[in-house]
Design a binder for this molecule. Structure first.
Ligand SMILES: [Zn+2]
Ligand SMILES: [Zn+2]
Length: 422
């Protein structure tokens, strides 16, 4: 029997840890899994432990052999292998991607999860598959970058193309441009890459401009929506909706691979967008609807960035899974049936506004409590008060005075980003 949604997770993905102070922290996966379990939304039967890939061959679909050997060497030898030349050549040994023992195996475990998720969707084991440890979109064929060693997203896409002849739409909503995936398929007409992010004028990796549209045969299958710093929910969602609808209807993919970095949140320490949990509630809902409309439900979702690991990541990543399972967020036993019913009605109303691209009135969003059990468990470890609700309260986010100007600039960007497919 085919499943609705499966959750891919290998314990070895936890070993992908550069050091205690590094922002890319494996605790993000634990916090998310435990939140979902406390919400009674993730059962043992739904968790699939992917088979670890032992054959390095799968990596060569994207990465150069010399680079894979360098990762293996750094993995065995650790810091002592790092020289200025090694850093210069392979990007390993920087503050972003320092070597650690077992680096190769840890990165390979992440690749294994994303490839297994892709296989499960294509062979009909499940309609939707989720792999929160994946989404390492900054790794290049010959070098590491932005916390990423192997580009599991690109490898899974190459695998989908080579083994199933699938046309793939890659949707990247991380606040950073999905550069590694874009360049890997820049001249490829069967893979369409779409990335919405804070403009590269101000943020790493400094690319992802509207004029990056693909090369040769792949020209016209690459889309970028670079947003202004301090963009808020409404403008972010409007920019996403108007462009992704046009892109998917133009490209007609067989499958969607989405990357769910959640670092566009106002709390995120590494970027300047000013969004709230509202966009992380809406993004998976929009992609889910598009998957049923265009790809027969075939949808692989991956994790990605997100550096407010306590307040933002667990909620944002849980919302993807809840959406995949058609499970609305509500406060379970703590709320009366009547309250739950009321909450669902208001969520529906907000989602309807999002779908119809009306001005969204987020004040209609109900206050939905996070499971108390999860907050009690993790509050002692967290340096910040854990949120009480699934969605943010407006007073926690605050307004941006330049809203109109920002919205106007983002509208101009939307138009240019998709002008060739009108
Ligand atoms: Zn990011
Ligand atoms: Zn579905």
């Amino acid at each position: 029997m085919s499943a609705n949604a499966l959750f891919f997770h290998h314990p070895a993905a936890k070993t992908y840890k550069f050091n205690d102070e590094h922002p890319f922290h494996p605790l993000r996966a634990d916090l998310t899994i435990q939140l979902l379990q406390a919400q009674l939304a993730l059962t043992k039967q739904q968790i699939v432990q992917p088979t670890l890939i032992t054959d390095d061959h799968i990596l060569t679909s994207i990465h150069r052999t010399e680079y894979i050997q360098a990762v293996q060497a750094a993995s065995d030898a650790g810091q002592q292998i790092v020289t200025p030349t090694f850093i210069e050549k392979y990007g390993i040994g920087t503050e972003d991607t320092p070597p650690f023992p077992g680096l190769h195996q840890a990165a390979l475990a992440i690749v294994s999860g994303s490839v297994a998720a892709a296989d499960a969707v294509m062979n009909g084991t499940t309609q939707h598959a989720y792999h929160i440890s994946g989404g390492l979109h900054h790794a290049f064929p010959e070098r590491a970058g932005g916390f990423c060693i192997y580009n599991d997203a690109a490898i899974a896409i190459a695998h989908l193309k080579e083994n199933y002849g699938a046309r793939v739409l890659y949707i990247d909503t991380d606040v950073h441009h999905g550069d590694g995936v874009q360049w890997a398929f820049y001249d490829n007409p069967d893979v369409c890459t779409y990335s919405i992010h804070e403009t590269g004028k101000f943020l790493f990796p400094g690319t992802g401009f509207v004029y990056e549209k693909g090369l040769e045969q792949g020209y016209g299958t690459c889309f970028n929506v670079p947003l202004e710093p301090y963009t808020e929910d409404e403008s972010w969602l409007e920019s996403f909706q108007t462009t992704i609808e046009a892109v998917i209807s133009f490209f007609q993919p067989d499958i969607i691979v989405s990357q769910h970095g959640c670092d566009a949140h106002a709390f995120d320490p590494l970027s300047h967008l000013h969004c709230s949990m509202n966009i992380y509630h809406a993004i998976p809902a929009i992609i889910h609807r598009l998957a049923h409309q265009y790809t027969n439900g075939r949808w692989v979702a991956l994790g990605g960035g997100g550096y407010d690991i306590w307040r933002v990541v667990p909620r944002a990543w849980s919302l993807v899974w809840l959406e995949m399972n058609d499970q609305p967020i509500f406060s379970g036993s703590e709320a009366s049936k009547q309250q739950v019913k009321q909450d669902l009605l208001s969520i529906d109303a907000v989602m309807e506004q999002i779908y119809q691209m009306k001005d969204v009135d987020f004040s209609m969003q109900p206050k939905l409590l996070l499971p108390e059990q999860w907050r009690k468990l993790w509050q002692p470890a967290s340096p910040v008060p854990l949120p009480q609700y699934w969605l943010d309260l407006p007073q926690h986010i605050g307004d941006i005075p330049r809203r109109q100007e920002i919205t106007k600039q983002n509208r101009a960007t939307q138009t240019i980003a998709i002008q060739d497919i009108k």
